[in-house]
Design a binder for this molecule. Structure first.
Ligand SMILES: [Fe+2]
Length: 282
């Protein structure tokens, strides 16, 4: 049965980023609706589906309807065979023995920048237990931020390459020697400005951005810090206050995200799935 995509209602959050999508939860897996959702994602970068209450299996089915599923984490806390591609994000020590990676998400980042695979296209996140205080996820558009730079600034960024590393991603919360040797050495070089096949350009920055190739560390990091501050301005940013059952998707190739700190013992639990990248950053 064809689903009428006009039955999908969209409320704009900000011109640069964000839309709330109202859709019958049972229709979310329909190919026509999934296609429409990907179009909305291209337009609005971050989409919120209020209280659709998807189970893990439904979240996987929704992820599969949107694109190819990818699991770029080698360990999945709390995963079982059936839902091994569902990453449980929690600071609860019983479920997650590696809290530094969750603590690292308190800082602006994109998912999978340090892994030698095409940057995951989108992340799908559902709220299983909200934090009573804090715990909002914030998204900022690296496309809108790039577009708003002056022509002189854009020229200065032209052709620059940036190295993203795990050590840099968790620099505020863990020492390099606290990481497994394999993760300590994980890094990947990316263009600083990604020209997408669509013609849009986005900035590949965030905390995992360690240094700029061919620049002194001081000069490169100062540039990265300036770009980071520019991109995180309120006009390019949406902050989502989670309710249990909410689901969000964001274009991980065109946005950064971070979490507002919350009490580690409050039980906040989020379930993440990921959609594979479809193009190399260049
Ligand atoms: Fe993340």
């Amino acid at each position: 049965m064809d689903y009428n995509v006009e039955a999908v209602k969209v409320e704009l959050i900000k011109p640069a980023i964000g839309a709330i999508v109202h859709v019958d939860r049972n229709a979310m897996f329909e190919p026509a609706v999934a296609h429409h959702i990907m179009d909305l994602l291209e337009k609005h970068t971050a989409l919120v589906f209020p209280q659709v209450n998807l189970t893990d299996k439904e979240q996987l089915a929704f992820t599969d309807a949107l694109g190819a599923r990818v699991n770029f984490t080698t360990t999945v806390p709390g995963g079982d065979a059936e839902t091994r591609d569902v990453y449980k994000i929690t600071l609860d020590k019983k479920t997650n023995p590696e809290p530094e990676y969750v603590l690292g998400t308190f800082f602006w980042h994109l998912d999978g920048a340090t892994v030698p695979i095409p940057i995951p296209k989108a992340s799908v996140l559902s709220c299983r237990k909200a934090a009573p205080k804090g715990g909002q996820t914030q998204f900022c558009s690296t496309v809108a931020a790039y577009e708003a730079l002056s022509e002189t600034e854009k020229k200065e960024l032209d052709g620059l390459r940036v190295v993203h590393s795990v050590v840099a991603a968790v620099r505020e919360v863990a020492k390099p020697e606290d990481l497994e040797p394999r993760k300590r050495g994980a890094s990947h070089e990316q263009p600083l400005v990604w020209t997408h096949k669509s013609g849009r350009k986005s900035l590949l920055i965030g905390y995992s951005a360690d240094y700029i190739v061919g620049m002194s560390k001081a000069e490169g990091r100062a540039l990265l810090a300036r770009l980071q501050e520019w991109t995180a301005q309120p006009c390019f940013t949406y902050s989502h206050d989670w309710k249990e059952g909410d689901l969000a998707i964001w274009d991980n190739t065109c946005a950064l995200h971070r979490v507002i700190p919350y009490d580690p013992d409050c039980g906040r639990t989020m379930h993440r799935t990921s959609i594979a990248g479809v193009e190399e950053a260049r």
